[in-house]
Design a protein around this ligand. Structure first.
Ligand code: UD1
Length: 326
């Protein structure tokens, strides 16, 4: 049986990845310190006999040693645990550096000892800073890029190192704006889609920052999970394996949508009469973001399959069924 590690297994994306790997018959070693991840995210699979969970911090070398010693050999190492909040990274640059950069480098090297064939790292569109050339190609992020936060900088540095590794084969996925079931809507800094859906279901005005003409490239979480699997050389349909391909890859739909249009679609699904409140623009916001995904499509044969409206309907349905998350 294939053994995979998922760090950040209690997070929004990590929990979907762990669940899918279990479905494909992997034994999954999940690691999460539950700082931003939540035990509830693992409810659907925590009792699966193939799932082994450790509440541990990736900065804690002894715990990581012990876990990897116990479960070697590992085939695929999916590394999603990180400081994920941009404002937190600004307030705590050292913790962010230790978590997002140093721990990633340590785990990359430790995963080699554990026999891993692939090491897939959660990169971020934040690695591009305020890039004005659109659509954004992978090579636009460089040492000269002015990152807008320690979050963006540490993700960039970690991706750069991961992509240099050929043993294990290092892959970093720079995901654009991910949305879907289990995304936490409750913080001021939560993703706009989770916030709009929460507001709409509560019947309160949707809060659009600025004129709402800024654009983003949103991608449904299931498409992201397929990208994680394919990049590790795993066929999402049947679990069959092929060699992974080292490098940095964008993951988005390569379609942009304005925040105003997004608000309209959510209203049209939940309640067309809902009011919209235009608030001050959010400081530090980038204006436009759009992924060039041609390298990802060419290399893995991956394609986003969820269009915006279908992905939003599925997400809304999930929040309706899980009102306690709102
Ligand atoms: C996203 C990431 C961030 C990363 C950045 C890199 C999320 C949650 N955040 O930020 O970690 O650094 O990409 O490119 O994925 N908006 C509203 N009303 C709201 C909330 C947001 O109008 O209530 C607007 C924002 O002003 C922004 C857009 O929606 O223009 C998207 O916001 P958000 O979901 O926070 O994502 P990013 O800003 O793209």
């Amino acid at each position: 049986m294939t053994r995979s590690v998922v760090t950040g297994a209690a997070g929004f994306v990590g929990s979907h990845l762990a669940e899918k790997l279990l479905e494909l018959g992997h034994v999954v070693i999940g690691i999460d310190n539950l700082s931003t991840g939540k035990a509830e995210n693992m409810e659907a699979f925590v009792n699966d006999p193939g799932f082994i969970f450790y509440e541990a911090d990736i900065r804690d070398r002894d715990s990581m040693e012990q876990i990897l010693d116990t479960h070697s050999p590992i085939e695929c190492f999916f590394h999603l645990a990180a400081v994920v909040s941009v404002p937190f990274s600004v307030q705590h640059p050292e913790i962010t550096h230790e978590t997002n950069y140093k721990s990633t480098i340590r785990l990359l090297s430790r995963s080699r000892k554990a026999g891993a064939g692939a090491f897939v790292h959660a990169g971020s569109a934040a690695e591009y800073g305020n890039e004005s050339r659109l659509p954004i190609k992978e090579e636009y992020a460089s040492d000269e890029t002015e990152h807008l936060s320690p979050y963006g900088r540490t993700k960039y540095l970690a991706s750069r190192e991961v992509a240099r590794s050929s043993n294990p084969c290092g892959v970093s996925l720079r995901c654009f704006n991910i949305y879907g079931p289990r995304q936490d809507p409750t913080s001021q800094y939560s993703g706009v889609i989770s916030r709009f859906i929460e507001q709409a279901l509560k019947g309160i005005p949707l809060t659009v920052f600025g004129d709402g003409e800024q654009t983003r490239d949103f991608i449904f979480v299931e498409d992201v999970i397929h990208a994680y699997l394919l990049s590790a050389g795993i066929n999402p349909a049947n679990g069959k394996k092929s060699p992974p391909k080292r490098g940095i890859y964008n993951v988005g739909r390569s379609e942009s949508i304005t925040i105003n249009r997004l608000a309209d679609i959510i209203k049209s699904i939940i309640d067309p009469e809902l009011p919209v409140a235009h608030l001050e623009p959010r400081p530090g916001d980038i204006r436009h973001s759009l992924a060039d995904i041609s390298k990802t499509v060419r290399t893995f044969g991956w394609k986003p399959s969820w269009d915006m409206k279908e992905g939003l309907k599925k997400t809304i349905e999930w929040y309706r069924e899980n009102p306690e998350t709102l």
